[in-house]
Write a protein that binds this ligand. Structure first.
Ligand code: GAR
Length: 199
């Protein structure tokens, strides 16, 4: 049985699209499928992408103690939660229940250029302002601290002297689209092996 993925997204949803396309392309051999896309923002373009792909969508309150999100994940029998441009902290109640089963992507080489308030263009602006010669992509498991959970995969992207935040962001997001679906797949496979072992 494929792992049941929930993707949480509040932005344009290009990583969500890459994940949907990746698992669609695997067809019968796929180890996971997106069964829910949820957002704290009703106007997130990611929800439109999900609806177009006939995936269930939901809105939840990100300002509560996590009860609403947790009950949504349980209702949809979610195995793995994938954050794709979701910018709020995941409440402890959800992290406790889904320990090791929440995965995030960050557009830089963590632990550098991460932490509260570091997302989207701000990350690339900070990288360029620092004079760093390389940036990249980090996929990591989510724990109670922003951008600090165990790293699953990293990929480097060179910073050019002429880069603006926009040009760097464009190269980084292309790498995200290649790396994230495969990292999600790997975590899903490991999770399935682990649950067979403990059955
Ligand atoms: C991605 O670049 C992702 O790494 C970043 O938001 C963008 C979402 O784009 N996430 C963070 O900065 C989290 N700290 P998308 O909505 O097109 O997938």
């Amino acid at each position: 049985m494929p792992s049941r993925l929930a993707v949480l997204a509040s932005g344009r949803g290009s990583n969500l699209q890459a994940i949907i396309d990746h698992f669609d392309s695997l067809a019968r051999e796929r180890v996971a499928k997106v069964v829910l896309v949820a957002s704290n923002r009703a106007d997130s373009p990611a929800l439109i992408r999900a609806a177009t792909a006939s995936i269930d969508i939901a809105n939840f309150n990100a300002a509560d103690d996590g009860s609403e999100l947790l009950s949504l994940l349980q209702t949809f029998r979610i195995d793995l939660v994938v954050l794709a441009g979701y910018l709020k902290r995941i409440q402890h109640k959800v992290i406790r229940e889904y320990a090791g089963r929440i995965i995030n992507i960050h557009p830089a080489l963590l632990p550098a250029f991460g932490g509260e308030g570091m997302y989207g263009a701000r990350v690339h602006e900070a990288v360029i302002a620092s004079g760093a010669e390389e940036s990249g992509v980090t996929v990591h498991l989510v724990d109670d601290e922003y951008d600090r959970g165990p790293i699953v995969a990293q990929w480097r992207v060179a910073v050019d002297r002429a880069d603006t935040a926009e040009s760097l962001a464009a190269r980084v997001v292309n790498v995200e689209h290649a790396v994230y679906p495969r990292a999600v797949e790997m975590v899903a496979v490991l999770q399935q092996l682990e649950s067979k072992r403990t059955d």
